[in-house]
Design a protein around this ligand. Structure first.
Ligand code: PMP
Length: 284
C-alpha cells in the first residue's frame, strides 16, 4: 500500500511516526473514515465538516484546506487503484519531542496519517441479508462522544465481548437508554415511526445517520429523535444501525430476543438500497 504521512506518499513499511507523538502516547488525535464506491468518495463534505469540528473542539490546528483534504483522498484512491473500500485519516496533536500533559507550543505541527483499506463487500455485504445479532453493554466511554477521538479501547472491548457472546455487535446503554453502537448509530422502527437518539455530547454525530434520516423523511417515515430502551427496541418492528463503513445494516436480534420474524425488515432493506443508490450518485 501507498500511504500518506505529513505531505508525503510512501510505501506503508517506510511510514514512521515518533514514539513521542501525542497520538501514540495520549490518544491525542482525531480521525475520520470515508467509504469509497466506484473509486469515488461517499458523503465527503460531511466527513470534512466533522473533522473540522473535532479538531476545533480539541484546539488542534486543521493542517489542510478542504481542497487539499479532497486531493489527498483522491490521490490515495488513485495510487492504490482502489475502487471499493475505506480511507482512514488521522490527525494528532503532533510530536513535541517529549512527554507532557500540557499541550505543546503552537509551532508543533499536527501529524497527518492516511491510508486505504480495500474491501469488495461494502455494497454487497452478506450481513445485509442475514441481519446482525447484538448484545447490550454499559457505555464505559467518556462524556464527549461527539468528538471523534482515537480513544477506542471501550469500543474495542465491547466488540470483543460481543464476539465472546457469539453475536455480531454491541449496543451501549446508559441510564437505561441506548446511546449508540460500538462504531455506529442505532435506529428502531415502530408503526411507521423511525426512532433514534437526538444529537448531543452523548453520541457521535454520524454522517450516515444524518443521510439516513433525510432519506427516511423523504420516504414518508415519521422521525422521532428521542432516546429508547432495550425493552422498547426488543418490541420494535425493525432495527438497524448506520456507519460510513456499513451504510445501513439491519439488526434482527437484541440480547437474545428476535425482532419480528428474525429476518431483516422491509423498511431497513429499502433504506439501505436507497442510501447506496443516492450516495453512489452524489459521490465525488
Ligand atoms: N458512533 C460511533 C461511536 C462511531 O465510531 C461511528 C463510526 N465512526 C458512528 C457512530 C457512525 O458515524 P458515521 O456514520 O459518520 O461513520
Amino acid at each position: 500500500r501507498i500511504v500518506y504521512l505529513d505531505g508525503t506518499y510512501l510505501p506503508e513499511t517506510e511510514a514512521k511516526v515518533s514514539i513521542f507523538d501525542r497520538g501514540f502516547l495520549m490518544a491525542d488525535a482525531v480521525y475520520e473514515v470515508t467509504s469509497v464506491l466506484d473509486g469515488r468518495l461517499i458523503d465527503f463534505p460531511g466527513h470534512l465538516a466533522r473533522l473540522g469540528r473535532s479538531l476545533s473542539e480539541l484546539s488542534i490546528r486543521n493542517p489542510l484546506q478542504d481542497q487539499d483534504w479532497l486531493e489527498l483522498h483522491r490521490s490515495l484512491i488513485a495510487r492504490n487503484g482502489m475502487s471499493e473500500g475505506l480511507i482512514y485519516l488521522q490527525v494528532s496533536r503532533g510530536n513535541p519531542g517529549d512527554r507532557d500533559f500540557a499541550y505543546p507550543a503552537a509551532d508543533v505541527a499536527p501529524t497527518v496519517v492516511a491510508f486505504t483499506q480495500s474491501k469488495n463487500n461494502l455494497a454487497a455485504n452478506p450481513q445485509a441479508e442475514t441481519g446482525l445479532r447484538v448484545i447490550s453493554l454499559p457505555d464505559m466511554r467518556w462524556v464527549r462522544r461527539d468528538i471523534k477521538t482515537v480513544q477506542l479501547l471501550p469500543s474495542s472491548m465491547a466488540k470483543m465481548a460481543a464476539k465472546a457472546a457469539g453475536v455480531d455487535e454491541a449496543w451501549f446503554t446508559e441510564a437505561g437508554l441506548v446511546t449508540e453502537g460500538t462504531s455506529s448509530n442505532v435506529f428502531i422502527l415502530k408503526a411507521g415511526h423511525l426512532i433514534t437518539r437526538p444529537l448531543s455530547q452523548d453520541i457521535l454525530h454520524g454522517i450516515t445517520r444524518r443521510a439516513a434520516l433525510r432519506l427516511a423523511d423523504e420516504a414518508g417515515l415519521v422521525i422521532e429523535e428521542r432516546a429508547f430502551s432495550i425493552d422498547e427496541a426488543q418490541a420494535a418492528d425493525e432495527a438497524f444501525l448506520t456507519s460510513a463503513s456499513s451504510f445501513v445494516l439491519p439488526v434482527t436480534e437484541i440480547d437474545g430476543i428476535r425482532l419480528g420474524d428474525g429476518k431483516p425488515g422491509p423498511v431497513s432493506r429499502d433504506l439501505r438500497r436507497i442510501y447506496i443508490e443516492e450516495m453512489r450518485r452524489a459521490a465525488m
